[in-house]
Design a protein around this ligand. Structure first.
Ligand SMILES: [Zn+2]
Length: 232
């Protein structure tokens, strides 16, 4: 995602490397993962230094059932797994959504992120508040049934209510390898397909997000169609 906010502020967000983590724990799989991480870092070091890169932690980064070790490894390579930043008047919150899916091995890390999130949501003075996470809360409808590609309903509603109560405007996610998304009241939750493998009929691509004073606009582009310039 490439977000342009009020004149020149912009950043590029990558959502999970989608390496095959299961095979990546040892032997050839491990060196394969390391090689992919190296490639990623090399490639993105060519990103214009004017454009901050924001990494969002996903299941293939830390495993479907994260452990303290896998989270620690991720942090050592990519930095914090949850954090916030401001771009102009936009309060951006990045979450480690794997904890919402399965925190059985890391209940303390979920608790820590929850406490941190509550403190973040107490901040005021934002024009827009946007959340970034890997796994979507839902794919189409907020009350749809549980799915591998979304957060389970029993956890989902608690957070959606909290976000809504604290003025979150948009929640961006990936993981599904297809474009999808829906609304929860006034809050939009677009799901962005992948730059790599597709599981549906979309083309590999990225979503360009444009934030104006009143709106958070977004559009998915196939790689060949990504605009070289975004007018505000
Ligand atoms: Zn994923």
């Amino acid at each position: 995602m490439h977000l342009q906010v009020a004149r020149k502020c912009k950043f590029f967000s990558k959502n999970c490397l989608h390496l095959d983590f299961k095979e990546s724990q040892q032997g050839a799989g491990k060196s394969h993962k390391e090689a992919q991480e190296k490639d990623f870092i090399k490639l993105f070091s060519e990103l214009d230094s004017d454009i901050p890169l924001v990494c969002v932690c996903g299941n293939h980064d830390i495993g479907n059932t994260p452990t303290h070790q896998s989270v620690q490894n991720y942090k050592a390579t990519f930095g914090d797994d949850h954090f916030s930043f401001w771009v102009g008047g936009v309060h951006c919150i990045v979450l480690n959504s794997q904890f919402f899916k399965d925190a059985s091995q890391v209940p303390d890390l979920l608790e820590e992120q929850d406490a941190w999130l509550d403190a973040e949501l107490k901040q005021t003075g934002f024009q827009h508040r946007i959340v970034f996470q890997h796994i979507p809360w839902f794919l189409h409808e907020a009350d749809e049934e549980d799915d591998y590609f979304s957060v389970d309903l029993r956890v989902r509603m608690r957070y959606l209510d909290k976000f809504k109560a604290h003025g979150v405007r948009t929640i961006f996610s990936g993981h599904y390898h297809r474009n999808a998304g829906g609304w929860f009241g006034e809050m939009e939750a677009p799901v962005t397909s992948a730059i790599g493998a597709q599981l549906g009929n979309d083309s590999s691509g990225m979503r360009v997000v444009t934030v104006t004073e009143d709106e958070v606009l977004h559009k998915y582009y196939a790689l060949g169609d990504v605009p070289t310039k975004v007018d505000l």
